[in-house]
Design a protein around this ligand. Structure first.
Ligand code: NAD
Ligand code: UDP
Length: 315
């Protein structure tokens, strides 16, 4: 049955894919965004659809609408962008989720919070399971994001216990795909843009740190399954692809796939950069019958084609 769905951060990378999928499934979608990192280009093709509505708004300000479901994705996700105005970042997570929880309470809506693997910080157990409380620096340069997201999880659980709001929490691990912006600053977009321009590939540190990369269509499937699961499983649940690799290995794959002349150069490792990261997805498999399907080479191919188009359009 068709639903009225609010997607905050809907003009961003993940949000735009989610809006498209929800509209295609026949829902009425309100995309709310302040365009800090998102872009109208990501959702331009939906603007003529009368089931889609775009609202320029900041989640740190109250917002009222009659909706059945809320996906709360509004928050810059790339370290470069979330560290640009760290006070605003933490406000976006904490005040933003509070506003959305108040809205969910008023409308009796289900609310899903896009949390993050960053709640585990620099993890001391590997792979990361949901019962792990994490190893997070509360006063470092990543804290505005990590602690903001941790506090948002707390608020979700407290509104659930205290006000009986119907909640879902997912912890998203590194996700990539088309609609990332050219200046996104995260590793896959940086490496692909550098490789396509035959510029130096910038590895921070020695490149031996690991990440596990999930293609965006797999993630969106996980978001929707979590929101609509019939047994009212609230999470938190990890959604990510457990295929772990080093950043150096990723650079080599991208150089090879783009047939690039780029050379690898090494730069300083930013403070508190997690040494390793890999989701344990047993809980998502059990509760949601969800597992990622897209192999890294197929996902990278689609992402490379997207950035190639973007670079040509921008030249
Ligand atoms: P993104 O930066 O592309 O999208 C975030 C969107 O939120 C943008 O459209 C931005 O303009 C909007 N936004 C930011 N602050 C806002 C505010 N105050 N009010 C309204 N809109 C605001 O990032 P993304 O990768 O699409 O991430 C989406 C969500 O998923 C974020 O909450 C992020 O923390 C979470 N997440 C993403 C990843 C990943 O690897 N992509 C990993 C973990 C968690
Ligand atoms: N990274 C890198 N070169 C870049 C961008 C990132 O070596 O141009 C590294 C970064 O230091 C981190 C990893 O790649 O170890 C993933 O970084 P990203 O910003 O994509 O995500 P996060 O650190 O939040 O997982």
């Amino acid at each position: 049955m068709s639903k009225r769905i609010l997607v905050t951060g809907g003009a961003g990378f993940i949000g735009s894919h989610l809006c498209e999928r929800l509209v295609n499934e026949g829902n009425d979608v309100i995309c709310l965004d302040n365009f800090f990192t998102g872009s109208k280009d990501n959702i331009r093709h939906l603007l003529s659809n009368n089931q889609f509505e775009l609202v320029r708004h900041d989640v740190t300000k109250e917002y009222l609408a009659e909706v059945d479901q809320i996906y709360n994705l509004a928050c810059p996700a790339s370290p470069v962008h979330y560290q640009y105005n760290p006070v605003k970042t933490i406000e976006t997570s904490v005040i933003g989720v509070t506003n959305m929880l108040e809205l969910a309470k008023q409308c009796n809506a289900t609310i899903l919070q896009a949390s993050t693997s960053e709640v585990y910080g620099n993890p001391t157990i590997h792979p990361q399971i949901e019962s792990y409380w994490g190893n997070v620096n509360p006063i470092g340069i990543r804290s505005c994001y990590d602690e903001g997201k941790r506090c948002a999880e707390t608020l979700m659980m407290d509104y659930h216990r205290q006000c009986k709001v119907d909640i879902r929490i997912i912890r998203i691990f590194n996700t990539y795909g088309p609609n990332m912006s050219l200046n996104d600053g995260r590793v896959i977009s940086n490496f692909i843009v550098q490789a396509l321009n035959n510029q130096d590939i910038t590895i921070y540190g020695e490149g031996l740190q690991t990440r596990s990369f999930c293609y965006v269509s797999d993630l969106v499937e996980g978001l929707i399954k979590m929101m609509n699961n019939s047994q009212h499983f609230i999470g938190p649940v990890n959604i990510g692809n457990p295929a772990e690799r080093t950043i150096l290995d990723l650079a080599k794959i991208i150089i090879e796939m783009t047939n690039s002349k780029s050379k690898i150069i090494y730069k300083d490792l930013p403070d508190d950069d997690p040494v390793k990261r890999k989701p344990d997805i047993a809980l998502a498999q059990k509760e949601l019958q969800w597992a990622p399907k897209v192999d890294i080479k197929d996902g990278l191919q689609k992402t490379i084609e997207y950035f190639d188009r973007m670079l040509k359009e921008n030249n």
